[in-house]
Design a protein around this ligand. Sequence first.
Ligand code: HAM
Length: 418
Amino acid sequence: MPEFKTSPGTRDILAPHSARWRAFQDVFASTVESAGYSYIIPPMFEDLDVFLRLGEATEVVTKEMYDFHDKGGRHVALRPEQTASVCRAFVEHRPTTPWKVWYAGPNFRYEKPQQGRYRQFDQVGIEALGADDPLLDAEVIALAAKFYADLGLRKVHLSINTLGDAGDREKYSQALSQYFMANEKDLTTESRATLARNPLRVLDSKREPDQKVIAGAPAIREFISDVSNQHFDAVLQALDALNISYEINNRLVRGLDYYRRTTFEFTSIALEAAHTAIGGGGRYDGLVEALGGPATPGIGFALGLDRTLLACDAEKVFDAPATAVQVFVVDTVDGMHAHAVCHELRSNGLSADRAYDLRSMKAQMKSADRSGATLALIIGSDEVENSTIMLRPMGSGDQYLIARKDLVAEVKKALNPK
Ligand code: HAM
């Protein structure tokens, strides 16, 4: 047993999975950059207060925050998500609107670890600030749907809801609170505790005994103002125009407290229930103000990288890309020849690896095999004497001598035979 292991809820991502993670971010970048989103890298920790603005009824804030006092006595926290940081950055830098940004990177929540739920987990996401247009809501949702399709996922389900504006949400919350309090005895102990903090979140309960009570709860649409209803209808029409299928789910409230009006969630129907939510987002008009900025509407989404890759596994799509080098150099003389040959190949845009510590020919050939390289270059004393190199296309059973001086041209020819 090693003395040290990763902390619960964290993992090392090794090859070949690490290459898959990078490719995932590349696909995301090209999807969203093609729609005018620019890359932002917010810090991984911020003043605790920034995250407290996510809402005091949010469990991510009350129960799951990694916060600590730094050596200067500041109370800081590792980011549990990036929307708050993006809004803080908006207030700090005052960019022109609409401000459309994308991000990728780890977040930290002290959750109970299980498959698809980690304490350090990666997200990719976008945020668009400064526009109220329902067509923007539809664009944001369409980009998420396009990204899933770009990965090759087919079994992704979109649920959508409106939570109305701040006033509507408050009225609904009060009505729910009254209803659940009247039916409290039929709720589970966990839901009773949730009710005290945030009645909306009781709707999220997946526990069987709660379902009957939840089914009879008032529906949000009765509380939504005409303006919010019109906005929602326009979002749905804009989704229809792009043939994006969705299900309206009046019970969808989501875990973060800042949502107003449009909210949505993507689930994978290829996954087990516990980690089906592979992404979600919505409008958070009011968050910029809560962080000290001017009234500014905002909308965005974030997708869990870990869970989306689990969905890819379940649908057998988006395999880890091959990362093998093109050439493996075997040198049985003194290692210096491999040293120079690798350098020359790399300087000419080719990828090359080699063995170290002057191991036997057999051991070096084994490493060449394991590397997955397309070609092996073999340098022994005969080759050095004659200024040649043996070129072996791996797995072909074939080999031939090339002149040392023609190294790069010969390797390129062997890699791309006409
Ligand atoms: P969220 O729903 O908390 O929203 O997280 C978005 C996605 O991150 C989830 O659907 C899930 O795939 C993934 N995720 C969350 N927690 C974990 C975890 N512990 N382990 C693995 N994956 C996880 C947000 O974070 C919002 N900031 C989204 C947003 C952006 N809303 C507007 N803009």
